[in-house]
Design a protein around this ligand. Structure first.
Ligand code: DON
Length: 304
């Protein structure tokens, strides 16, 4: 039996001594106020035990991590029709790259870059009666935690400053790959990104991807084949132009957000979330990636 508590403590002691903690995302003004010294981890085993260290109960903005959850909800509604409007290839480019979208005639490379997630938001707007409420209910049910909520100030902050996302949405519209009104779609997208969770809540939200579609309370909403596809997309596209590096260093499917969170999982074994708000130059949590590299190396647990 692996001494998970001991491993997390070792990682914590090593990581908090690092002097280069990366840079806080400031392009979303509301995110700039977070303390760079914050650091937490929460680990949930599929066999039942859970372990944590540091600021694992403090809430943060999950940002792009929400793209996996909207993808899951869209797949549960419309199934593989999604793939007529979005590809499943890694982009090798930053999350907000626009030139590729124009070159590929409005078909986003994958659902985890911004343009792909905006198409998913458009799909949800078309199929859900009350999109923001219904998505929030989905996440709360998945997690078994009804305290999870949007941060309306963060969503508003992005609505005022998210010019790149407006450009992406307008480009999608010009290629007929956006069926609803641009500002309605972005209002939904900015709200999904503003969801706040602690490492413990995020781990529970993603439990379903580690346990073949059963959520932490044992309810099933996603098919095993859909879980397989979502995990494959996380592995190949979850870290944008750093997806190769994450697979190389950590060796798990996962997803990052500019709030500094990362969630990763080993199917049938565990889900782990890390929060360290300083980012590297590719927009992924610098110390979060380092912590996960240490975790899979010390426990000898990865998909490889
Ligand atoms: O759309 C954006 O730019 C942000 N709401 C989310 C970007 C993000 O989290 C990228 N991930 N590392």
């Amino acid at each position: 039996m692996i001494d998970y508590k001991g491993v997390l403590n070792t990682i914590y002691q090593e990581i908090i001594q690092e002097t280069d903690k990366g840079e806080i995302a400031s392009y979303i003004p509301e995110l700039a106020n977070v303390d760079k010294n914050t650091f937490g981890i929460h680990l949930q085993l599929v066999s039942g035990d859970a372990f944590s260290v540091g600021d694992s109960e403090k809430k943060f903005s999950i940002q792009s991590i929400s793209k996996v959850l909207t993808l899951a909800l869209a797949l549960s509604h419309v199934g593989s029709e999604i793939w007529n409007r979005i590809d499943v290839e890694p982009s090798g480019n930053p999350f907000n790259h626009l030139a590729l979208l124009e070159m590929e005639k409005g078909i986003p490379r994958n659902p985890l870059i911004n343009s792909g997630a905006i198409v998913i938001a458009d799909i949800l707007l078309s199929v859900l009666e009350h999109p923001k409420e219904d998505f929030l209910d989905f996440v709360r049910e998945l997690t078994g935690d009804y305290s999870i909520d949007y941060n309306y100030t963060v969503a508003d902050s992005e609505m005022q400053t998210g010019f790149n996302n407006f450009a992406a949405a307008n480009l999608l519209k010009s290629f007929d790959n956006l069926h609803n009104d641009v500002s309605d779609v972005l209002d939904f997208y900015f709200h999904q990104c503003s969801l706040e969770m602690s490492c413990a809540q995020l781990t529970r939200a993603f439990y379903t991807f580690a346990d073949q579609g059963n959520n932490i309370k044992g309810k099933t909403r996603l098919k095993k084949s859909q879980i397989k596809r979502i995990n494959a997309i996380m592995l190949t596209c979850g870290f944008y132009d750093e997806a190769g590096e994450f697979a190389f260093e950590v060796g798990l499917p996962g997803k990052s957000g500019v709030g500094g969170g990362i969630v990763a999982l080993l199917p049938n074994e565990f889900v782990i979330s890390v929060w360290a708000p300083g980012l590297n130059e590719r927009g992924n949590s610098k110390l979060g990636m380092e912590a996960l590299e240490k975790f899979t190396t010390l426990t000898n647990q990865s998909i490889f």
